[in-house]
Design a protein around this ligand. Structure first.
Ligand code: ADP
Ligand code: ZN
Length: 641
């Protein structure tokens, strides 16, 4: 099928062209959230700035206007490695799409250029650096530009970690083609990024569309780190057997180690980090996208733009550096809207390590302050006794509203948090931790530090301080004669694990600091004084006993959610899909999403007409796969009622 703008409009005079494209090309029957309004606005020639979470449906917001408007939609994307998949997915829908980037040979490039000039493309994907080449501008002028879509628009912001200098040059789009509508899209929700996008891309007149950033199908859990690999394994075995997921680690070494560990345990896993050869990286990414149930163990170098819809879990074995990063990374789970898990294991070492990294980082004071502010916000999320979702959304200036579309935004986070609402789908809601008065233990710890420093001019790390409080006669205690200290052995009412929790939380609250000597020794802060003189109290979080059964609501695979009688049909459809995907060399989800297979299994359509009404079955796929699907469905036993 060729989707020319004229044919879209001409198909049915009563249906608006946008709704028509939605149904015929994509096989969907209704727009979601702000999609209809955004699409209308851009079709009408307006600029738009769209903030929508991952999985919210941003792509349609420029794809449909590109189909409806005259000419070709130019999509600027930094994700060169994913352009082929994006174009394949569009081709499967009958949309004429192509890309221009550095991976192509001259011949291929000129073929695409000719198609563009001849008006034979609905969408053209470009890497941002191509636009700074003068010949690209000339090329674009020889065809008709329907719109510019600036995907991953947060890359223009220096505040975030995805900054791409080439994005700064995109302000030229407005100068050179003032009449062409632009739509900038991002899943990054902070005010700061929002403002920067508007300013740097010169989107002064753009209409802003800000969706709720809640991802209700993701269950957020943050657990105390004990034996991280074992904890991860238990999560995968008990809740995510056979599921695809991403495990994030901070260092390349731990990526390698963890991937190997999982493989040894019989879980299909692959490593991904910047130190791997580019070809290995590309191959691993392709396997993750194409094979079912693959676990990717990666540094944060992996993931932006990955639009695999059925990632069932995202696990962090190390503390993310910011809430933005955490939100982006966890957001890669459950784009298809089915239940998914975001799981983070976090401990004292994480806080120590990150504080130390900031202290010793290059860059000026302002830079270190910024890193510190990011970390503090992340720590506050980890240590909260409130609903994680509420806290997360409040960070982005959004008030959580259970079960309602739309969102309320406010810059007053405290006011937002005052309102006691809870999501019911995070660990603190499912298994509320207690808050306890930690003032006395805090005083014991802080005064040990003060005494060592004042009386002996010594500084130590957490391990030795805890040994002193527990009254342990270690070689080091003997060496320094620390059993003479008045605080020696005064902390036996808490276990070592509990003491580590105290240290961690005091660090998180800024009542304790890591010294900048690079040895991880602990020092008091200005705020510690109030604790020591008793004028200030400190509330700490007590971890609930193991967070199993009650909080670990089973997040099951797409097949398991179906009644047992329908599972053979679903599996038959899945096998057919796997074969078709392999034959065409595309990821399975490019053929059909799990949600579509589920609907097919449940409704069991027996005619081409009926097939066409299933979500995700548009004209092109109906024509291509209709007969095969009917055959698979016909052969699969229909369960007796
Ligand atoms: P984003 O780019 O915002 O992360 P996508 O554009 O990839 O999200 O959309 C997420 C998923 O939702 C995709 O699988 C897409 O096909 C699906 N989707 C988007 N809009 C609709 C809609 N109106 N009806 C049904 N499914 C939709
Ligand atoms: Zn909650």
């Amino acid at each position: 099928m060729t989707v020319a703008p004229a044919s879209l409009g001409g198909m049915s005079s009563t249906v608006a062209p946008a709704a028509d494209a939605l149904a015929r090309v994509f096989g969907y029957d209704a727009f979601r959230g702000d999609q209809a309004e955004i699409i209308d606005h851009v079709i009408g020639g307006g600029d738009a700035l769209v903030l929508m979470p991952t999985g919210g449906g941003k792509s349609l917001c420029y794809q449909i206007p590109a189909l409806v408007r005259d000419g070709t939609g130019i999509v600027i994307s930094p994700l060169i490695a994913l352009m082929q998949d994006q174009v394949d997915a569009l081709a499967a829908l009958g949309v004429r799409a192509a890309f221009l980037n550095s991976t192509q040979g001259a011949e291929e490039r000129s073929r695409v250029e000719r198609a563009y000039v001849a008006g034979e493309l609905d969408l053209l994907y470009l890497a941002p650096e191509r636009l700074t080449v003068p010949s690209t501008g000339d090329l674009l002028d020889r065809g008709t530009i329907a719109l510019f879509a600036i995907d991953e628009a947060h890359c223009v912001s220096q505040w975030g970690h995805d900054f791409r200098p080439d994005y700064l040059a995109l302000s030229m789009l407005h100068e050179r083609w003032p009449a062409v509508p632009r739509i900038a899209l991002t899943a990054t929700a902070t005010e700061q990024t929002h403002r920067e996008i508007q300013k740097r891309l010169q989107l002064g007149d753009a209409r802003h569309f800000v969706a709720s950033f809640d991802r209700p199908n993701i269950q957020y859990r943050i657990v105390p780190k004990d034996q991280p690999q074992k904890q991860l394994l238990e999560l995968l075995r008990t809740e995510h057997a056979g599921d695809a997921g991403i495990v994030y680690c901070l260092s390349r070494a731990s990526v390698e180690k963890t991937a190997q560990f999982l493989v040894e345990q019989g879980i299909p896993a692959l490593p991904y980090h910047a130190g791997l050869d580019a070809r290995v990286r590309a191959a691993n990414q392709a396997r993750f996208l194409r094979e079912d149930g693959m676990v990717m163990v990666a540094t944060i170098a992996f993931g932006m733009g990955i639009d695999k819809p059925d990632v069932r879990f995202v696990a962090h074995l190390d503390l993310p550096k910011s809430v933005e990063g955490y939100y982006q990374e966890t957001g890669r789970a459950g784009r298809d809207g089915l239940p998914s898990t975001a799981w983070l294991a976090y401990g004292l070492q994480d806080v120590m390590q990150q504080r130390r990294m900031i202290e010793t980082s290059e860059g000026d004071l302002a830079h270190r302050r910024r890193l510190s502010a990011h970390l503090d916000a992340m720590l506050a999320l980890c240590e909260t006794v409130q609903c994680r979702r509420m806290q997360l959304l409040a960070y982005f200036g959004e008030k959580y509203r259970a079960g309602t579309a739309g969102s309320a935004r406010s810059s007053d986070r405290d006011a937002i948090l005052q309102e006691d609402r809870a999501c019911g789908n995070c660990d603190t809601c499912l298994n509320p931790p207690e808050s306890w008065d930690g003032t006395i233990p805090a005083q014991k710890l802080l005064s040990t530090i003060v005494r060592l420093q004042r009386e002996r001019n010594q500084k130590f790390g957490a391990g030795h301080l805890i040994d002193i409080l527990l009254g342990r006669q270690t070689p080091r205690v003997d060496q320094y004669g620390h059993d003479d200290l008045s605080t020696f052995g005064i902390g036996t009412d808490l276990s070592e694990m509990e003491w580590r929790g105290v240290v961690r939380q005091l660090l998180a609250q800024g009542l304790l600091a890591v010294n900048s000597d690079g040895f991880g020794t602990l020092v008091i802060t200005e705020s510690s004084a109030g604790i020591l003189d008793g004028s200030r109290r400190v509330a700490l979080r007590r971890e609930p006993e193991r967070t199993t059964t009650r909080s670990a609501r089973k997040t099951r695979s797409a097949a398991a959610e179906l009644p047992e009688t329908l599972q053979p049909v679903f599996e038959a459809l899945r096998a057919w899909r796997a074969a078709a995907a392999k034959e065409q060399g595309v990821p399975a989800y490019v053929i059909f999403h799990d949600a579509t297979l589920r609907e097919l299994a449940t409704r069991h359509p027996s005619s081409v007409e009926e097939l066409g009404t299933v979500t995700g079955v548009g004209e092109s796929k109906l024509a291509k796969y209709g007969d095969q699907l009917l055959e698979v469905l016909g052969a699969a036993a229909i369960p007796a009622p």
